[in-house]
Design a protein around this ligand. Structure first.
Ligand code: PLP
Length: 254
């Protein structure tokens, strides 16, 4: 099968020969040739691919894409914050479920699986509930293929001064966008969707000033987005805990 027809298919995609070849060498999670020459290069490229704006940075996180979503929700929201979730499919519902597990208050706007979210409903919620601090939306609802109106929702969220979290798992690298233009604060994707690496880690491209506010907020040690970022930042690409080295090397290739 040709890869271009697979861009928006869910789940791990078919990887190329060179990507698979890249995994034949062993790497050490402490070595400079891994951290500086692979991890740091990937971080810089991801940031650049996400936006031309200054002030953005990226962090890689072990686990499937959901772990990165959970790390972002769990680390970016303070104890009294409230999340507006746009849910029109399985992955929007998963964001609401993550918030539920973490005891984070939510307001869910759920138009059903085959409808675009009502901007009026989002606006009304933002207008009437001042306790909402963050807005989360999925870019491409992979199960239905529905593309959500992220520009309109992000613009609205920014009018009300909210933090915007975008799950762009199945669109980043496939559908052009500049998250800086859109005012997105946290954008999440993973190794094995459009970029066609192998599964094993996700990544978050974030506005650095907002990421810095996540310090000490995480509800989970291993999913502490700030701490992971800080470790990579301070130690030239060093992951806090064992890094999925082969997967990362394959991603570099992809
Ligand atoms: C695939 C996907 C996820 C979840 O990713 P996993 O790697 O399966 O955890 C989340 N959101 C969207 C939009 C996806 O396509």
């Amino acid at each position: 099968m040709k890869n271009e027809y697979l861009l928006l298919t869910p789940g791990p995609l078919s990887t190329s020969e060179t990507v698979r070849q890249a995994m034949l060498k062993d790497w050490c999670t402490w070595d400079d040739d891994y951290n500086k020459e692979i991890v740091e290069v990937i971080r810089a490229k991801l940031t650049k691919l996400a936006t031309e704006h200054e002030g953005y940075t990226s962090v890689l996180m072990q686990g499937s894409g959901t772990a990165s979503v959970e790390a972002t929700i769990g680390s970016s929201m303070g104890p009294n914050d409230k999340l507006l979730v746009v849910d029109n499919g399985a992955y929007g519902a998963r964001i609401a479920q993550i918030a539920d597990y973490l005891n984070i208050a939510t307001h869910v706007v759920a138009p059903g699986e085959v409808s675009q979210p009502s901007l009026d409903k989002v606006k009304t919620a933002l207008e009437q509930d001042a306790s909402i601090t963050h807005v989360a939306i999925v870019h491409c609802e992979t199960t239905t293929g529905m593309l959500n109106p992220i520009e309109a929702v992000a613009t609205l969220a920014k009018e009300y001064d909210k933090i915007v979290i975008l799950d762009a798992m199945s669109s980043f690298g496939g559908i052009p966008m500049d998250i800086g233009d859109l005012g997105i604060d946290f954008m999440i994707s993973s190794a094995n969707k459009c970029i066609q690496g192998v599964p094993g880690f996700g990544f978050v491209v974030a506005k650095q000033s907002e990421l810095e506010k996540c310090k000490g907020r995480a509800r989970s040690l291993s999913l502490d987005l700030y701490d992971q970022w800080h470790c990579m930042q301070a130690n030239h690409g060093k992951w806090r805990f064992t890094s999925p080295t082969h997967t990362v090397r394959a991603f570099y290739q992809a």
